[in-house]
Design a protein around this ligand. Structure first.
Ligand code: SAH
Length: 500
């Protein structure tokens, strides 16, 4: 049920699309080349591969005569037999046909749909090993891209990379499910897009999803079937129900359902709401979002309440958040608390500081920081998120925060011109990292400390290099496992100004 939503607004990168090689190539009528001069393997060939690494997409990195083959499902230290599926000049892809040497970290993935779904990439690796791998992935990026010295690597000094903070029970953590609806043999179905396609596969259980969400999605599907509500057909653009989005607030137990529909009118809407509420008593909000566009984007512009409240409330470390159908809210609340506590720790505030929270979303980190700072300025590009941030500040009686809508790289120089001089800057950018203009402004403002929260180790490493070249030093990195069983890892970095 994580569907394609595992990364929320931060997007998802697909690497290794396969560079179709240049040079002399033989191909099947101009398609993917079957053989390339200088490449030691050909498409269709069976090879024996040593697996030497793991990509963040969870593919094993295989080597055959120095050539790299990505093999899904294979783990480091394994030896596999594989069939070459595609090749390019510098790397190719292969399908594992036989496991010849098994890693001691290999586990049976507990999820029955693990192979078709693609929402998780690491279930076949022991959880403690996943955490070790994620730390190493961070270290490798810092060394290779950031050119940073990492303490303990080669026995020397450098930035400290702590062990990853994992979950005690790394299952059933997601508080939000975004389920695409479509047609199956028996009528309306809902589940996930099959890996690499737009086909929807029916799903009943997702082991990284909170059970409360599962029960609710099941209830909505059953009610829709009973009332003959049509499923959206992505090929023809006909049919009504496109997505079912559900959220569960861990601390209050409130649940929200959003029906994303291809048109404003839902037949038997009152019966539908009645059935959902009857089956799942904890529902506090049933909303409708209309999306008639031909687009993979889930939500359209119009949202209305069908029954109950327009928001549900959740709590992170004593701060309340109102969550509306389209609000950004972290999907793993338990780990979010750990992540933000680290950010606050690295900010080391005394109550006197002026703090800037760039890329502030709905103000989550800003509100955490505000408790310990004189004033916090948050900036965020999405207007609705800033509305949420302001509402959340009021809800908690926090008055020493101010939020601005706009691009951080544009708003920060404006603040600079207005004489706002932060002691600490916190950044939490999307996957592509900080805008270079923002880094320049930070270097001009020269705050004492910078805290960098990152969801992408490679852009983190790139930006840390710029900061180090500009007179800052990355002191310590705390990786946090926000998305167990996926290749993602979140980091908080404490960075200080080097005074000369
Ligand atoms: N700190 C928040 C959100 C982090 S996600 C939290 O933890 O909840 C990154 C945020 O950056 C998103 O909300 C995205 O809308 C915003 N964003 C993307 N580009 C931006 C830019 N150039 N300037 C300001 N915000 C931006």
């Amino acid at each position: 049920m994580s569907g394609r939503s595992g990364k929320d607004s931060r997007g998802r990168q697909h690497r290794h699309k396969g560079s179709s090689g240049n040079g002399r190539a033989s191909s099947r009528g101009g398609g993917t080349p079957l053989a390339i001069a200088g490449v030691p393997v050909a498409v269709g060939q069976q090879v024996v591969c040593d697996i030497v690494g793991l990509t963040h997409e969870g593919e094993g990195v295989g080597r055959v005569e120095g050539y790299t083959l990505f093999v899904r499902g294979a783990l480091p230290e394994e030896k596999v037999r594989a069939e070459v599926v595609s090749i390019g000049k510098s790397f190719g892809k292969a399908r594992m046909t036989e496991l010849l040497v098994t890693s001691s970290g290999r586990r049976d993935a507990p999820c029955p749909i693990y192979d078709t779904c693609g929402g998780c990439q690491l279930q076949h690796l022991d959880y403690a090993e996943q955490l070790r791998w994620k730390r190493q992935h961070v270290v490798d990026n810092l060394v290779r891209i950031g050119k940073l010295a990492v303490a303990g690597e080669d026995g020397g000094e450098g930035v400290i990379v702590h062990p990853v903070i994992g979950m005690n029970d790394p299952w059933r953590y997601r508080n939000k499910a975004q389920v695409p609806i479509g047609f199956g043999d028996g009528g309306l179905i809902g589940g996930f897009y099959e890996q690499g396609s737009n086909d929807i596969v029916e799903m009943d259980a997702c082991l990284i999803q909170q059970e409360e969400n599962e029960v609710l999605v099941r209830a909505v599907k059953e009610a829709a079937r009973l009332l003959d509500i049509s499923a959206y057909n992505r090929s023809t653009g006909h049919g009504l129900l496109r997505h079912v989005v559900v959220r569960h607030a861990r601390t209050t137990g409130q649940r929200m359902v959003v029906l994303v529909t291809n048109g404003a009118n839902i037949p038997h809407v009152q019966e539908l709401v009645g059935l959902i509420r009857e089956k799942v008593p904890g529902v506090a909000s049933v909303c409708q979002n209309v999306n008639t566009a031909v687009t993979p984007v889930v939500f359209g512009e119009q949202t209305r309440v069908l029954w109950g409240e327009d928001v549900i409330y959740d709590d992170i470390a004593g701060i309340q958040f109102a969550i509306s159908p389209r609000s950004f809210f972290q999907v793993n609340p338990e780990q979010t608390e750990r992540l933000y506590s680290k950010a606050v720790e690295y900010a080391s505030l005394t109550g006197e500081e002026i703090v800037v929270d760039a890329y502030c979303g709905a103000g989550t980190i800003s509100l955490f920081l505000a408790r310990y700072a004189r004033r916090v300025y948050g900036v965020e590009i999405i207007p609705e998120a800033v509305e949420d941030a302001r509402r959340n500040a009021l809800l908690n009686g926090i008055h020493n925060v101010e939020f601005a809508v706009g691009a951080a790289e544009v708003v920060m120089p404006r603040w600079q011109a207005d004489g706002i001089t932060p002691d600490v800057i916190v950044v939490d950018p999307p996957r592509k990292g900080c805008d270079p203009a923002l880094i320049s402004t930070m270097l001009e403002l020269r705050p004492e400390r910078i805290v960098y929260v990152s969801c992408n180790p490679s852009t983190l490493a790139r930006d840390l290099k710029l900061l180090e070249d500009g007179g800052y030093r990355a002191v310590e990195v705390q990786p946090v496992d926000m998305f167990p069983h996926t290749g993602h890892v979140e980091c908080v970095v404490g960075i200080c100004r080097v005074d000369t």
